[in-house]
Design a protein around this ligand. Structure first.
Ligand code: ZN
Length: 292
């Protein structure tokens, strides 16, 4: 079962999140039939986005992360709410690349150069939008840079996805550590030393570490206190009704030409790849509603 934990340490001077996301990344991989490098890129993004999601307060708050680079994956999009639901997709799920210089899946090469945008719909008039340049395209560094620069909360982010030989997901997860306002200099120094000395998130996941164990390794010396545990899963809220609304929104002229073709129309949800078929009569009915 996938879940995230929320924690604090150093008497509230550090806040932390950690997640295990193997199941949901596997759901995403199977839905989109992603290549290994695309699975890693999407899985890291889904994990980071899910953790950003639970930082929001409101039941109806929604957060979207868009990674737009010039690499062959043609961008990554993920959306999460504050309740542990996340969904996402990549532009080109079949992208194949050689391993990078470290022998790892070349996520940075797949993403390329560009920017990361975070859009938060917090039920206010205007959504909040923050945008930063991609640092490496390896995703974790880009989340770190976004949180530190755009949200101005100094952060450390680790995200990892490990694959089985047959390219299914073996492990996925990550963490976010954040320094709260008023943090003491000695806490910052001690944490920096700690981070420099611990294994990468990939090795921790490889060793089978749970989110609790990951935070214990990172913050065990800082009086780690786990506050709550939140189940996390890949959930898409698409439906035929929503697809019908999308069809009606393309405009009357467009819809008229589709109806004039006399064929049925298949629509696919970007986020979960579910297919919805609209028969010719259903399309004609939508056109009647739009024209009324
Ligand atoms: Zn969907």
């Amino acid at each position: 079962m996938d879940y995230m934990i929320r924690a604090t340490a150093a008497e509230g001077q550090i806040r932390a999140f950690a997640a295990t996301t193997k199941e949901l990344v596997e759901v995403a991989r199977a839905a989109h039939n992603t290549s290994p490098v695309a699975t890693a890129a999407l899985g890291r993004t889904l994990t980071g986005t899910a953790m950003l999601g639970i930082m929001m307060k409101g039941d109806r708050d929604v957060l979207t992360v868009q990674i737009k680079g010039d690499g062959p994956i043609m961008g990554i999009t993920a959306t999460a709410d504050a309740k542990g639901h996340v969904k996402g997709f990549v532009g080109q799920p079949e992208v194949l690349l050689h391993a990078n210089a470290k022998g790892k899946l070349d996520v940075g090469g797949a993403v390329g150069r560009g920017y990361m945008r975070v859009i938060k719909d917090l039920g206010l008039k205007e959504p909040y939008t923050g945008e930063v340049e991609l640092q490496t395209g390896e995703i974790a560094e880009d989340f770190t840079y976004y949180l530190t620069l755009s949200e101005q909360v100094p952060s450390a982010v680790g995200l990892g996805v490990l694959m089985n030989k047959e390219n299914t997901v073996r492990r996925a997860g990550g963490f976010i550590l954040q320094l709260m306002p008023g943090v003491k200099e000695e806490v910052v120094d001690a944490l920096e030393q700690k981070l420099a000395g611990v294994n990468s998130v990939t090795s921790m996941l490889d060793a089978g570490d749970t989110p609790e164990m990951i935070l214990e390794r990172l913050l065990g010396d800082f009086g780690l206190e786990i506050l709550d545990t939140i189940p996390v899963s890949f959930v898409c809220n698409c439906s035929k009704d929503r697809m019908a609304k999308a069809l009606m929104a393309i405009g009357r002229k467009e819809l008229e030409s589709i109806v004039a073709d006399g064929h049925s129309e298949e629509l696919r949800c970007h986020f979960c790849n579910s297919s919805y078929i609209f028969e010719a009569e259903e399309l004609a009915e939508l056109l009647r509603i739009v024209s009324a």
